[in-house]
Design a protein around this ligand. Structure first.
Ligand SMILES: Nc1ncnc2c1ncn2[C@@H]1O[C@H](COP(=O)(O)OP(=O)(O)OP(=O)(O)O)[C@@H](O)[C@H]1O
Length: 337
């Protein structure tokens, strides 16, 4: 009864009329995605958007922000892959004047800039380990500290993070902190790849042709059946971004108002690319052994013996593992504890 009353209040304050004008597509996959977006947008819940490159992660982040009660405030973006570790810290949390060489002015970090709004952490999988701890602290305590600052500042920032990496694998291999992963993975949204939502290709093509008319100076009115078939059959490793670029190129190459044929990376080239994109690196057995032991140690947070220790997972007595570590020159500084 009480719950029902509370939820009535909520919907009175924030009517669930959601708009996704920029998101094209009506396939089952995209409808499922938008259903999740509609659920999470009105809340302040941390959201993790997962998907291959070019699937529209940033667009979905914007849709969440634009349909949230924070929409009148800004959505601030940080690309965690674009800057070296020391600069990302200042980018995220800001710094005081004189806190390090080159800090001539006080700088407000993106966390503070997004106060009452949304902070979009793009490519979160690339965030260096040492910053993952600081981010976790900021998320848990809702407080940030500028570099060189004397105290902390409380922030009310909604977090949306995105990555094209398999974060569970990153955690298992010691490149991403498990605690941060669980803190971010409260409401994951998996975006479908374009090859798994081919039904949307015709409407996306139409959308991009209209969008690119001014830029290309081409008014395309027709696309041949053959060209559409080519687009429907291609595997789209770069997803919607690749489709947009292919359409732009085809428009520029088109004679008159017709796109007759699409120039795609040939199947042969494409097939080759798939097989040469090696899922493994050539290594000696010893190098492989070393990497495997390191990954296991990372996973076990450096614990060698006992239940859920590395020795147990590797199926050897702890003494054998210890002498292997010595032989392979693996010390505590080689893995993350
Ligand atoms: N459903 C969609 N409808 C229309 N345009 C889309 C859609 N999804 C993506 N796009 C367009 O495709 C391009 C790539 O989208 P976006 O940058 O959001 O992808 P991303 O997953 O964040 O990429 P990356 O992982 O490389 O950062 C953008 O131009 C975006 O507007």
């Amino acid at each position: 009864m009480r719950y029902a009353k509370e939820s009535t209040c909520l919907s009175d304050e924030f009517p669930a009329i959601l708009h996704f004008p920029d998101i094209i597509g009506n396939s089952r996959e995209i409808r499922q995605t938008l259903h999740l977006v509609a659920k999470v947008a009105p809340t302040a819940c941390t959201t993790l958007i997962l998907g291959e490159t070019g699937t529209g992660k940033e667009l979905i982040a914007k849709a969440i922000h634009d349909n949230s009660p924070r929409r009148s405030k800004t959505m601030v973006k940080v690309n965690c892959a674009a800057l070296p570790a020391n600069l990302i810290e200042s980018e995220l949390f800001g710094h005081e004047r004189g806190s390090f060489t080159g800090a001539f002015e006080r700088r407000i970090g993106k966390f503070e800039l997004a106060h009452n709004g949304t902070l979009f952490l793009d490519e979160i999988g690339e965030l260096p380990l040492e910053l993952q701890v600081k981010l976790l602290r900021a998320l848990q305590e809702k407080e940030i500290e500028r570099i060189g600052g004397k105290g902390s500042t409380t922030v009310d920032t909604r977090i949306i993070a995105a990555t094209n990496r398999d974060l569970e694998k990153e955690v298992a291999e010691g490149r991403f902190r498990a605690d941060l992963y669980y803190r971010l993975n409260i409401f994951p949204i998996n975006l479908p790849s374009l090859r798994n939502r081919r039904d949307d290709i015709p409407s996306l093509v139409h959308h991009f042709i209209c969008k690119l008319t001014t830029r290309t100076g081409k008014e395309i009115t027709t696309i041949s059946k053959y060209a559409l078939k080519q687009l429907m059959n291609y595997s789209w490793p770069g997803n919607i971004r690749e489709l947009e670029h292919v359409i732009e190129r085809s428009m520029l190459l088109a004679e008159d108002k017709l796109i007759h044929e699409i120039q795609l990376p040939s199947n042969k080239e494409h097939g080759q690319r798939k097989t040469t994109l090696m899922d493994f690196t050539l290594k000696t057995i010893e190098e492989n052994e070393r990497d495997h032991i390191l990954n296991t140690l990372n996973y076990c947070k450096g614990r060698i013996s006992g239940s859920h220790g590395a020795a147990e997972f590797l199926g050897v007595p702890p003494s054998t593992l210890s002498s292997k570590l010595k032989r392979l020159g693996i010390g505590k500084n080689h893995f993350v504890v």
